[in-house]
Every structure is written in structure tokens, then in C-alpha cells.
Design a protein around this ligand. Structure first.
Ligand SMILES: NC(=O)c1ccc[n+]([C@@H]2O[C@H](COP(=O)([O-])OP(=O)(O)OC[C@H]3O[C@@H](n4cnc5c(N)ncnc54)[C@H](O)[C@@H]3O)[C@@H](O)[C@H]2O)c1
Length: 390
């Protein structure tokens, strides 16, 4: 009989706190880098955060090469560009600052910088076994948890699909989570990435790979969420709410990394691949529709989640807990000015069967969910989400 062991992985160091960015130069010094590769995106450059990091590192007199070509969610081709750019410049340390898009590029670039042929790792599912280049990640959204996960997600241009690469080497040497870096995050990104973080927590809580350890992180993330999400979206300068949401995404990222996510993500990926709908928006929109179906197989967990969200005590009437949870998220989309139907996102109805077919093949995620969603069921969920009716 095969024995299944369960690992629990985190970055080597996770530094959390307001003002923690200021410690970056002393950390960089310890690695003895001779040239730094800094990955970010155009939005972050505009918001002044790239300039702030460059200025801060200026005290070290180590040359810095930037890669800020990311506009929208990244593709394999973009990673190849970043790797080639830093190879030419002989960078020997990679820093990523940004949301999940920039961080996924940064950690993958660090992991591939010493490899000559990238194709097997990016497009042919070969696992990256070793990362030689140190990597430091600084999140500016509270959502994806990329700074604490072993995953990186990219668009595959040829196949119009989003695909994940997974390896423990994608965990950085250091994650610096400074809530001040999220203060300038726009309301729509704050809202969608915040619900994305909750999706990580709830999906990993019901995952077939969940353990008592991962459930502790998921529970804490879900309990914190309702106290901070609305304030963080509508009062972006509220540092307490931003700090709260940073804890939500960190806790949720750790549980995602170790228990995995499931059907919501599986249905969200094709929307990203074909219609370029942002990851957070797709997850937030699909969550109530997907849970309405899969939640029926985990009623006890739905009673727990309703309690974590302070929606009431459903122990005596467990079958009602699922409705309460689903309705909370459906209403939250409206409160946070997020789309609640695929039609609003201009997804065309004829494409739904194609999307369902693509989603039904994402076994890596579907197999984590304790409800087997076949293609027909997936199509029904997309159809409901298209109309925006629960
Ligand atoms: N690696 C993982 O474990 C993991 C998990 C979930 C999602 N993802 C991936 O992460 C990506 C989504 O990341 P995201 O939701 O964090 O958004 P993002 O990184 O795509 O950023 C969205 C927009 O917000 C802007 N922005 C971010 N922070 C800002 C700030 N503080 N101030 C001003 N503007 C700011 C960016 O410039 C960008 O325009 C997707 O590609 C998704 O597939 C990865």
C-alpha cells in the first residue's frame, strides 16, 4: 500500500509588518549580489513603487536592472523575455514587487536563470528541481499569496489557456509583506484580489488534501476577511484594514500552497485564457455559482464557514448554511462593485461549451474538490454565471 506523506512548506523567511520594506537593503547585502534584477509591472511603475525600491537600494551601490514589461496577466513568452534580459545582464539576485502577475514572473525568472532550455519547464511540465539565484518577493496586492506559494500561473498564448507551474523552488528565500505597499492598490483590484484570497482559504478548507495544519490557516483567514474587506476597498488609506487584508492573503496563501485550491479556480482559468478576464475577477464572480453546487457535499464545512463569517449558527439547521454562504458572496460582489455575471464581462454565450470542455480537463484542481464536476455540470454552472442568477 502506498503511504501518503504530507509536507508543509513556507518561504525560508516571511517578514510581515508596516515599514518592513525599509529592511530590504540589509537583506540584499547578505546575499552578496553583484547585479540585481528587479521585476515589476507598468502600473506599479506609475504608482511610484518601482522608483521607491530603486531609490532604497541605491544606498548599496549595486547595479539594478529592471524588467517592467508586464501589462496584464503574464504569459510564458513574457517569462522568456525576462529570463533572457536578466541573463544578458548577468543578474545574480531577483527581486519582485507587485501583485501576483509580477511576483509569478519574478520567482519563475529566478528559478530559470541558470537553465539553457526553458521550454521543458514552461510548456512541457518538467519540474524545476533547483533554483540557484536568490529571490525576494514583495506583494503589493492582498490576494494571490504568490509570495508564499509554490505556484506560478501563466497564459499559454498558443493554446489560449492559463497554466500553472508548480515546484517548491518557486518559494522565495524571503517574502517581505509590508501593508503600506498595498495602500495605493486601486479599489477594483483590492476587491477582486481580496475575494481571490478568500477563495484560496475556502477551497483549501474543503480540499481533499486539507490537513489539521492547513485548516488552521484557512480558518484564521476566513475569520479575518469580513472585518477588513469592505473598509480596504472603500477606504483604501485605512492601514488597519490593509494590514488585516495582508494577513488574510498571507494565511490563505500558505493554506493554498499546502492543501491546494479546486473547482472555482478550474473554471476561472479558461476565462483568463480565452477572454483575458483577470484572475481575481473570475474567481470572485464564479465563487457563489460553483459553491452552490460543490458545497452540497461538504455541509459541515459550510456550517463552519458561515460561523467564521459571522453569518449565524447553523449547527441545528446545517442544510441552510450553504445558502447563507453563497448569498453572502453574491451580495458582496454587488457591494464591492464587482461584476456578478459573465454577460457583464462580455463573454459570448456560444463559447460556454468550449470553456466547459477546457475546465473539465484541469484535473490538477478538479481532483482537489470533494465533488466530481463533470463537463455537463461545469457547463450548467457557466450558464448560470452567464445569466447572473443563482
Ligand atoms: N502564484 C500563485 O500562487 C497565484 C495565485 C493566484 C493567482 N495568481 C496569478 O496572479 C495574477 C493576478 O495577480 P493580482 O490579482 O495580484 O493582480 P496583478 O498583479 O495582475 O495586478 C493587477 C493590477 O493592479 C496594479 N497594482 C497592484 N498593486 C498595486 C498597488 N499597490 N498600487 C497601484 N497599483 C497596483 C498592477 O499594476 C496591475 O495593473 C494572475 O496572473 C493570477 O493567475 C498566482
Amino acid at each position: 500500500m502506498q503511504t501518503l506523506f504530507q509536507d508543509f512548506r513556507m518561504p525560508s523567511n516571511l517578514r510581515f509588518g508596516v515599514g518592513a520594506l525599509a529592511t530590504l537593503p540589509e537583506e540584499v547585502k547578505q546575499w552578496g549580489a553583484t547585479k540585481i534584477g528587479l521585476v515589476s509591472d507598468r502600473g506599479l511603475e506609475k504608482a511610484g513603487l518601482v522608483g521607491r525600491v530603486v531609490e532604497l537600494l541605491g544606498s548599496l551601490s549595486i547595479p539594478i536592472v529592471t524588467f517592467t514589461e508586464i501589462a496584464g496577466e503574464p504569459t510564458f513568452r513574457l517569462v522568456e523575455q525576462a529570463v533572457n534580459h536578466f541573463k544578458r545582464e548577468q543578474c545574480d539576485l531577483v527581486i519582485g514587487i507587485g501583485g501576483g502577475s509580477a511576483l509569478d514572473v519574478a520567482k519563475t525568472t529566478a528559478s530559470l536563470l541558470d537553465k539553457s532550455d526553458l521550454d521543458p519547464y514552461l510548456r512541457r511540465n518538467e519540474k524545476i528541481e533547483i533554483r540557484k539565484i536568490p529571490c525576494i518577493l514583495l506583494p503589493t496586492t492582498s490576494g494571490t499569496g504568490s509570495e508564499v506559494t509554490m505556484n506560478a500561473i501563466f497564459g499559454d498564448e498558443e493554446q489560449e489557456l492559463k497554466r500553472g507551474i508548480v515546484s517548491p523552488v518557486l518559494l522565495p528565500d524571503l517574502a517581505i509583506i509590508d501593508p503600506e505597499l498595498t495602500l495605493s492598490c486601486p479599489p477594483r483590484v483590492t476587491a477582486s484580489s481580496g475575494i481571490d484570497a478568500f477563495t484560496h482559504a475556502i477551497e483549501s478548507y474543503i480540499s481533499v488534501r486539507a490537513t489539521p495544519l492547513t485548516k488552521i490557516y484557512a480558518e484564521k483567514a476566513m475569520k479575518q476577511f469580513p472585518h477588513h474587506i469592505t473598509k480596504a476597498v472603500h477606504h483604501g488609506a485605512n492601514l488597519e484594514a490593509r494590514t488585516g487584508m495582508c494577513w488574510v492573503s498571507t494565511l490563505a496563501g500558505v493554506t493554498l500552497a499546502n492543501a491546494g485550491v479546486g473547482a472555482v479556480h478550474a473554471l476561472a482559468y479558461p476565462l483568463g485564457g480565452k477572454f483575458h478576464i483577470e484572475h481575481g475577477i473570475a474567481n470572485a464572480l464564479l465563487m457563489p455559482y460553483v459553491f452552490q453546487v460543490i458545497g452540497t457535499t461538504c455541509i459541515q464545512e459550510m456550517v463552519d464557514v458561515a460561523a467564521f463569517l459571522q453569518l449565524g449558527d447553523y449547527h441545528q439547521k446545517p442544510s441552510e448554511a450553504l445558502n447563507a454562504v453563497v448569498d453572502y458572496f453574491y451580495q458582496l460582489l454587488k457591494q464591492l462593485d464587482l461584476p456578478s455575471s459573465l454577460a457583464q464581462l462580455e463573454v459570448d454565450e456560444q463559447s460556454l461549451p468550449v470553456l466547459a470542455n477546457q475546465a473539465s480537463k484541469i484535473d490538477r484542481l478538479l481532483n482537489n474538490t470533494p465533488y466530481y464536476l463533470n463537463e455537463r455540470k461545469i457547463l450548467q454552472i457557466y450558464q448560470k454565471a452567464f445569466r447572473g442568477e443563482l
